[in-house]
Design a protein around this ligand. Structure first.
Ligand SMILES: *Cc1c(COP(=O)(O)O)cnc(C)c1O
Length: 382
């Protein structure tokens, strides 16, 4: 990229950061370096790569791009969001304690309470909208505060700046799972978080065709420890997967604009519907943290949930009747998805105080023509 005074904008970085034409042939698109090893120039002397678990140029391009999009100094790519979360959990040791939101992604909760719990790491889950509860949950041994915002499936918005402050006062790291917002809508590092985590499977990949994860940060020591874990544990993306995520990232800005427009329109339409009792979308003025969302996020994205007055059976019936919205788990792709959290993504918390309302329906609003989406929902609600 030509040097200039002003930092390039988000859309430019998405397409060019880490993606200069390739040196040997001038290929405009970063090649898929489908190789497991790299020939050495002499013993102990190489061209920057030795073995592809440790590093691969396609992955380097992706990491450079993701760092630029989060405005961080570095990024590390993983084979899934959970592999990235696992690397962060591996920063801890037996006796350490974690505080996390009480409605974090189910896989995150499972990783801490079913895997790392056995290794002597305790976890407390609290409603992170209540800062006093977070302060109270902190122990002398708390080393990690895990924040996910907006939350899933209720779209609560948490104050990253305030929560990072509480974490730091207790000498704990503040990690933000930024998957729901994507780096286009929200940059946790700018609000004081130490690490931003992504399941790149979702908005960054954006086309429901790849599983991946990433961690972005500023502190070089954290980079060194996490890069060590990335290589030592080995949860790295293959070159094709890294390439797919990078290709998705190029259009993140335009996709998020449309996700947000469609999300807002669908949320406003649902809010007026007589069979709907409640809509959870941070872009609605009635959302309890709408002002915080406006401060913290660029716009409000494509994720929303709503409750049907007539409960779980009606929610399930509706979810099976849509024709454009596919009945599926996951989120963040170009295509619209519908699901019933209690019966699908959040089945494991049924019967606990963390269970979502029975009649709750979650939408991942895609980038199709919005009138078609609303018509599809109207027919399915009946
Ligand atoms: C999907 C998801 C994850 C896990 O990512 P995978 O790529 O499925 O491993 C973590 N956090 C959130 C918020 C997610 O939606």
């Amino acid at each position: 990229m030509p040097t200039r005074k002003r930092k390039p904008g988000f859309d430019t970085l998405a397409i060019h950061a880490g993606q200069e034409p390739e040196g040997l042939t001038g290929a405009v698109t970063v090649p898929i370096f489908q190789t497991s090893t790299f020939a050495q120039v002499a013993v102990g002397k190489n061209k920057g790569y030795e073995y592809a678990r440790t590093g691969n140029p396609t992955r380097t391009a992706l990491e450079t791009c993701l760092a630029a999009l989060e405005d961080g100094r570095w990024a590390l790519a993983f084979s899934s969001g959970m592999a990235a979360s696992d690397a962060i959990a591996h920063l801890l040791k037996a006796g350490d304690h974690v505080v996390m939101g009480d409605d974090v992604y189910g896989g995150t909760y499972r990783l801490f309470v079913r895997v790392f719990d056995q290794l002597g790491i305790a976890t407390t889950a609290v409603d992170m909208r209540r800062l006093a509860s977070v302060r109270k949950a902190l122990r002398k041994t708390t080393r990690l505060v895990w924040i996910e915002t907006p939350t899933n499936p209720l779209l609560k918005v948490l104050d990253i700046h305030a929560l990072a402050g509480i974490a730091h006062a207790g000498k704990a790291l503040a990690v933000v799972d930024n998957t729901f917002a994507s780096p286009y809508l929200q940059n946790p590092l700018a609000h004081g978080a130490d690490l931003a985590l992504h399941s790149t499977t979702k908005y960054i990949g954006g086309h429901s065709d790849v599983v991946g994860g990433a961690i972005v940060g500023n502190d070089p020591q954290l980079r060194e420890r996490l890069a060590f874990l990335q290589n030592a544990v080995g949860g790295v993306p293959g070159p094709l997967d890294a390439w797919l995520v990078l290709r998705g990232a190029k259009t993140l800005a335009v996709r998020m604009e449309r996700h947000s427009l469609n999300g807002q329109a669908v949320a406003e339409w649902l809010a007026e519907h007589p069979k709907v009792s409640r809509v959870n979308y941070p872009g609605l003025r009635a959302h309890p943290q709408h002002d915080l969302a406006k401060r913290q996020m660029r716009s409000f994205g494509g994720m929303l949930s709503f409750e049907l007055k007539s409960g779980e059976a009606a929610a399930k019936r509706m979810a099976a009747r849509t024709k454009i919205f596919a009945l599926a788990e996951s989120l963040g792709g170009v295509e619209s998805l519908i699901e019933v959290p209690l019966a699908m993504t959040h089945g494991s918390v049924r019967g606990t105080k963390l269970a979502p309302p029975a009649g709750l329906v979650r939408l991942s609003v895609g980038i199709e023509t919005v009138h078609d989406l609303i018509e599809d929902l109207a027919e399915a609600i009946g």
